[in-house]
Design a protein around this ligand. Sequence first.
Ligand code: FAD
Length: 489
Amino acid sequence: MPSAIIIGSGIAGIATALHLRAAGVEVDVFESNEYPGGKLHAFEINGYRFDAGPSLFTMPQLITELFELFGEQPADFFQYHRLNSVCNYFWEDGMRFTVDADREVFAKEAAAKFGIEATTILSYLKNGQKKYELTASLFIEKSLHKMGTYFSLDTLRAMAHLSEMNLGISLDALNEAAIGEPHLVQLFNRYATYNGSSPYLTPGIMSMIPHLELYLGAYYPNGGMHSITTSLYQLALRQGIRFHFSQKIEQILVVKNKAVGVKTTSNQHFADCVVSNMDIFSTYKKLLASQPHPERTLRQERSSSAVIFYWGIRGTFTQLDLHNIFFSSDYQQEFAHLFEHKTLFNDPTVYINISSKETPGDAPPGCENWFVMINAPGDYGQNWEALMAQARQNIISKLNRLLGTDIAELIMAEDVLTPPLIEKRTSSYRGALYGAASNSKLAAFLRHPNFSNKIKQLYFCGGSVHPGGGIPLCMHSAKITSKLIISAL
Ligand code: FAD
């Protein structure tokens, strides 16, 4: 039986293991943490349960299809439901708006609230849908680094519409031209953060992202985001995939330009191929130190990182729901601080995710578990202790202003996550949430391929390689990578 070693049990590592196992490959997963899931992890403090990383769940079929690979009924092991409203938005000028999950309803309500035509909003959203449908099969579902990808009908169709993809202008410029109303422009600009980019730099093609949420749908996995990890991990165990926790890989063993195995502090392990789910930068710098490095790819700008306060809150807030955003009053300055000045802005956009709204058991009775996140620059050696203290103060005064209550005295439990901690726990270079940023029109082509073109039998999956970060793209990277491996075995 052919064999594979996977370095890392992030969501893409587990998914790649499952695809390979379904094709009859013997799989061993080596993970440096004591637990599976990487960024998709969870923890508890004083009766408050928190999902540590991702909170927004889209494209659930990419999870459920993994159960179907083995003839299992997904609903027996993993349940989820579609959200009726997608997000609550709050602005400093007192404007508040809840985005309905139905795009027709959203367009009608937004038109009434912000005084623009519903048809303008709908045509913007439909244009995003067209971009998605024309390009997904080229940019997301296939390797961009195999000639076969370019000789297909889908590619020809996408190329024929290239001029409509708004690659030459920024997402912000597109939104200003197409929408114009400042609150809605900010709302649509925010989608750039779904891949850790700046709306003032990322190209207008990213206007396809709202299509995922407002048409294909935003979902919530019953039991919280962490149930994605636990249900897939359990599936992997049922299928005989072997996991080795607290096993940090120190080197990928290469003999005559072929990856033949891996080395931990105490042992060597061999297999027919090696897949790294570790961040691509760290894979080269730490595990392939003596091999040539694709320096241009590794120099790519990283996506934004995050600062998170996990707060156990005494009390409940009826004006809040699962996803809530409190916008900065100067969005452009906020992104200039993140990407140019590499620091936090003093009026940050604050995202609060409250999973106890969906799963009441995630907090003690009469309480809520707040995951409070602001965008942050990557770790460039800033003084994070000082930045965190300032950020905590800025967030609290913003929430006090917009919610009209003293938040500080309601915080019963607290933990934090910083860019250096994200790097320490997952090896993500500079603590990037989504690998490389998409701040240029060529970003998709500069991302590292899912295979090495120098070392045979060496493959890559996860948020730092093609097609990019976020759970859906990680699941696609697992599919692309495993397909390449299976066709080569
Ligand atoms: P990772 O999760 O990065 O895991 C890599 C694994 O490799 C880790 O377990 C690590 O311990 C292991 N590893 C590293 N080095 C070694 C080694 N030497 N030996 C052995 N093992 C090693 N995405 C969304 O879709 N929606 C969201 O709402 C969202 N929000 C986010 C919020 C935060 C705070 C963060 C951090 C991320 C968010 N993301 C979101 C992005 C998403 O979490 C990631 O894109 C995705 O989880 C990355 O998965 P991965 O498979 O690339 O691996």
